[in-house]
Write a protein that binds this ligand. Structure first.
Ligand SMILES: O=C(O)CCC(=O)C(=O)O
Length: 273
């Protein structure tokens, strides 16, 4: 199917984000905002995002042949660069405004997007911190995680260790069995409350900080858990020296190898608000 953007509803209206979300995000490092897209809007955008994710998915291995990371989800990245319909969603000012309000800034840029589709029978997503992967000189980063269909606890609900974001990077582990085990001990040891929604409607979204520790259970249902994510940076963030191979890779892939110390403002990082 070829995507055409005519007919897709505009998502550029700006609303103030509810104070309770801003306060919860400041305290816990995550919050859920309900009803960001209406049912009609989601009915228009879901097929566009699902179609693009299916076209660009490269995972062909059987579930049993994958490692823990590979079992957790199909991960299809920067779809906004290859599909005009997805671009309209990812660059939507309505979504960017919520990210900006939560981060307490006026302007935000895109880091990258990713469709994260947890297959029926897909495994758990191990505990991790996203920003372990990012060579960025600010902690003011945020991931929006939006289900494209209604989901419940059985389908791999995103789960947060509330208040776990303010110590920066805790461990030197990529997403793996090792990160699950080390963060599990850490989260228990620090008695961080564990928080996850029971249900989310398509068009609701959670937002979490780059250093908020989070995971997700496996998908025990017979439906694909279709989720679209967008990672935003506060405008003004600069490239920091890569601390690991993943960060070197991110610098090349998501920031066009901008030199260390420079503003993150490459063609891949448009200011959306
Ligand atoms: O979707 C998942 O299972 C994990 C998502 C995640 O880790 C993220 O969006 O940062």
């Amino acid at each position: 199917m070829t995507t055409t953007i005519s007919g897709l509803p505009g998502l550029n209206d700006l609303k103030d984000t509810p104070a309770e979300n801003i306060n919860e995000f400041a305290e816990k490092g995550h919050t859920m905002v309900r009803d960001i897209l209406s049912a009609d809007e989601m009915a228009a955008y879901r097929p566009v995002i699902v179609d693009a994710a299916e076209r660009y998915n490269t995972e062909r291995r059987k579930m049993q042949d994958r490692d823990t990371y590979g079992k957790a989800f199909l991960q299809i990245m920067n779809l906004w660069r290859v599909d005009e319909g997805v671009k309209k969603f990812v660059l939507a000012k309505r979504l960017a405004k919520i990210a900006a309000d939560l981060m307490g800034v006026e302007n935000v840029r895109i880091y990258h997007d990713q469709a994260l589709f947890k297959e029926p029978g897909g495994g758990p997503t191990p505990w991790h911190q996203d920003q372990y992967y990012w060579p960025i000189d600010t902690n003011n980063t945020i991931t929006m995680w939006m289900p494209l269909i209604d989901i419940d606890l059985d389908m791999g609900m995103l789960t947060f260790a509330s208040g776990s974001y303010d110590k920066g990077s805790i461990f030197d582990y990529e997403i793996s069995d090792e990160s699950e085990s080390a963060f599990d001990d850490y989260v228990r040891g620090h008695k961080f409350p564990i928080s996850r929604a029971t249900t989310m409607k398509a068009g609701d979204a959670t937002f979490h900080r780059g250093f908020t520790i989070h995971n997700a259970p496996g998908n025990n249902s017979n439906k694909m858990r279709e989720v679209m994510t967008i990672i935003y940076l506060a405008d003004g963030a600069r490239v920091s020296p890569p601390k690991n191979e993943w960060q070197k890779n991110d610098l090349a892939k998501w920031m066009m190898n901008k030199p260390v110390g420079e503003l993150i403002d490459s063609e891949l990082n448009p200011k959306v608000l």
